[in-house]
Unconditional design. Structure first.
Length: 336
């Protein structure tokens, strides 16, 4: 009986491939699947099968009926044009799907460019913790307790002595604690300030700090290095100026301005019609700071500088709201 079922199966398959029209299909159905068809006849013969054999034969028969039925159904649908074969379903005229390639965040791109320039001038890169203590963030940078200069930076305190760093300057202290001169490093990282959030300020942002300490380092080297940086980063045609300023950890201190890169110095909303943009703070490391880190201030001099990355990136890419840098909206990010 199993042999017979196998023979019929082969017959089903070979006749299936012969079907060319709907009437062929109908003949196929009548032959194999009708009430008096071959498959039904086989089922009739089940009564002659021994009870041991019955489960096996039953299974084979059911599979045969299934095969004949689905083959017939598919063939019929195909001939009626209702369902097309897989190949026909592929619409070659559809436009292709583009793969999205991720891009670097504009802040990362800006930071990488800054790093590249300073690495080229012999600086190395160091980082420090974002959760700092009062000592490194203020005290050792010559902000004495209760000194009004602490109010320059609105601080997120974790407890009385622990805080989120308000600038990257504490990394200077950590470097000098661990390394004797010469040191020539830049220190990029996140900083936090407890400020009202607006288009111009956010509770966190990024800075790049710089430090160079050795024997005989002068203010003119500070100027030369920063001018070389600014020309590489903003273009060799920019003008610049250094204005006196105040930071507790540098003496003398200065801020560096360059010609507004948006209006080329003519005066616009961004530069508040002055034609100038402030890009960084800098100065000669205050000898008081050397006392905290155990450097000999008679032997060594050095300079430091610090710049904000967001501001630079915003100017570069014409972004007018700092908050968008932190929203991770792909519609924004995909433009870079
Ligand atoms: N830490 C300063 C700030 O956050 C920036 C700064 C100014 C860093 C002068 C320096 C520097 O290293 O010399 O406003």
């Amino acid at each position: 009986m199993l042999q017979k079922i196998e023979t019929i199966k082969q017959q089903v398959l070979s006749e299936l491939s012969e079907i060319k029209s709907l009437s062929d299909a109908e003949n196929f159905r009548i032959k194999f699947l009708a009430r008096k068809g071959i498959v039904a006849e086989l089922f009739d013969e089940m009564k002659n099968v021994s009870s041991e054999q019955r489960p096996l034969v039953g299974k084979a028969l059911n599979e045969l009926r299934q095969l004949a039925q689905t083959s017939f159904d598919n063939k019929k649908l195909e001939l009626e044009g209702g369902s097309k074969s897989v190949e026909q379903k592929i619409d070659l005229s559809l436009p292709g799907r583009k793969k999205w390639i991720g891009t670097k965040h504009p802040l990362t791109q800006t930071l990488e460019e800054i790093k590249r320039i300073f690495l080229g001038m012999g600086f190395s890169i160091a980082t420090g913790p974002e959760i700092e203590d009062d000592y490194h963030n203020f005290e050792a940078l010559n902000f004495p307790t209760d000194h009004p200069a602490r109010d320059m930076q609105d601080t997120f305190f974790i407890d009385e002595k622990i805080l989120l760093r308000t600038h990257t300057s504490p990394v200077q202290i950590r470097i000098m604690e661990n390394q004797q001169p010469p040191v020539r490093v830049i220190m990029p990282g996140r900083v936090y300030r407890n400020e009202a959030i607006s288009a111009r300020s956010y509770c966190l942002f990024h800075q790049v700090e710089g430090l160079y300490v050795d024997e005989g380092v002068t203010f003119s080297e500070l100027k030369g290095t920063l001018v070389a940086f600014a020309k590489q980063f903003y273009g060799s045609d920019i003008k610049f100026k250094f204005r006196p300023s105040y930071f507790p950890f540098t003496e003398p201190s200065a801020e560096m301005d360059i010609t507004c890169i948006l209006c080329k110095g003519k005066g616009c909303r961004v530069c508040k019609h002055s034609g100038w943009l402030e890009i960084l703070g800098c100065g000669m490391v205050n000898p008081n700071v050397y006392k905290f880190v155990g450097y000999d201030s008679e032997k060594y001099t050095g300079y430091a500088f610090g710049m904000g990355i967001e501001r630079i990136a915003m100017l570069r890419y014409g972004i007018d709201d700092i908050r968008i840098l932190y929203e991770n909206d792909v519609r924004f990010l995909r433009q870079f």
